[in-house]
Design a protein around this ligand. Structure first.
Ligand code: OGA
Ligand code: NI
Length: 362
């Protein structure tokens, strides 16, 4: 396994491969046959939830959110209170960044130590099959050394405004999740570190790809943190989520923010009816971080912004003590979010083996 000091091979910017005009993608991007995308056009979509209803029909909306967290791990939020011009602006300002000249972007080239900055690779396994994307990774909270790009000039201001909206929305959702799980309304926020939560983001750029049937923009993974707020591209679909062993393409609703549950919320509720604790099925309290991936397109680039709302990185994440008994032992070892993330970062996106390969404590 590689170390997190440096990339194991020279990093190639995917956009430059795309712009080379080559009709064949390098072998390094060709996925094994079973991982290649199937373009599915089913009518199923993830739930769309109208947050404005929280005032007028609170019970119904709380129920919809509860159902979405248990059955999908993903939902789209509309009327979330974030100004629509801001929702439109955020992916576009990142598109402008990705279209800056290479010399400008290279000034922010990242390393696997923190991932901050401009990059084209996740994971440090030598010889790994790579994803067809470039990205910019930014730590926002705690406020200490945010690596802001200086171009486009208004990027920082736009992202500061958007960040404060996400922090507001994140707190609202953690309250709703806590109540839905029968906990005190501040339970999850406190478990995440109160005001000291961590917030970071990844702007994803998926260049056009001459052989989209052989590769992926982002391999199957679940998000390691608490929950994710995704702004998808307005014009181009690409996000797929796995449900009952089928891939479902998400059809974004205009101005919606897509929310998904991360591994830390699953680990906190180890109530899956797995063989280990099959006597204990508390089906009203199963939150899942669901596997998802991104497919790419032969003639359209795609931009998205994933905002990660995470627990404070040195807090021990462990199952809620009241829920662990001799009959219902903990399914996962306790570890800090930082330790968990280091483990994920070494491997890169790898389905859901991450959470599932953690061994329960003895
Ligand atoms: C991610 C992610 C989905 C997308 O960045 O973790 O899942 O649509 N992105 O780009
Ligand atoms: Ni993701």
């Amino acid at each position: 396994m590689g170390s997190l000091c440096d990339w194991p091979e020279p990093v190639i910017c995917v956009q430059s491969l795309s712009e080379s005009g080559d009709l064949v993608i390098p072998d390094q991007y060709v996925k094994p046959p079973l991982e290649r995308p199937i373009l599915c056009f089913n009518n199923v979509n993830i739930p769309v939830i109208d947050l404005a209803g929280l005032v007028t029909s609170r019970e119904a909306i709380m129920k919809q959110i509860s159902k979405a967290c248990r059955e999908w791990g993903f939902f789209q939020l509309v009327n979330h209170g974030v100004r629509t011009v801001l929702v439109d602006r955020v992916p576009e300002i990142w598109r402008e960044f990705f279209h800056e000249p290479m010399e400008v972007k290279q000034k922010y080239a990242n390393s696997p130590k923190t991932y901050e900055g401009f990059g084209s690779r996740l994971g440090v396994e030598k010889g790994a099959i790579l994803d067809w994307n470039d990205y910019y990774y930014l730590n926002y909270l705690p406020h200490c050394h945010t690596k802001w790009p200086s171009q486009p000039p208004s990027l920082r201001e736009v992202m500061e405004e958007y960040s404060s909206e996400i922090l507001r929305l994140g707190a609202v959702l953690l309250k709703i999740f806590s109540i839905n799980l029968g906990l005190e309304e501040d339970y999850l926020q406190n478990a995440f570190g109160g005001r000291d939560i961590e917030a970071c983001l990844r702007a994803n750029f998926y260049p056009k790809c001459p052989q989209p049937d052989l590769t992926l923009g982002l391999s199957s993974h679940s998000d390691p943190g608490g929950m994710t707020f995704l702004l998808p591209d307005k014009q181009v679909c690409g996000l797929q989520i796995r449900k009952n062993d089928q891939w479902i393409t998400v059809k974004p609703t205009r101005h919606a923010i897509i929310i998904n549950i991360g591994d830390q919320l699953q680990v906190k509720f180890p109530l899956d009816p797995k063989p280990l604790n099959c006597q204990f099925v508390l089906s009203n309290a199963i939150y899942k971080s669901v596997e998802h991936r991104v497919v790419v397109n032969p003639d359209k680039e795609r931009v998205s912004l994933a905002y990660f709302y995470n627990p404070k990185n040195d807090l021990l994440i462990q199952p809620i003590p009241e829920l662990v008994t001799s009959k219902t032992p903990a399914l996962y070892p306790s570890m800090t979010f930082d330790e968990y993330r280091r483990f994920i970062r070494t491997r890169g996106p790898h389905g859901k083996v991450q959470v599932d390969s953690l061994k329960p404590p003895r």
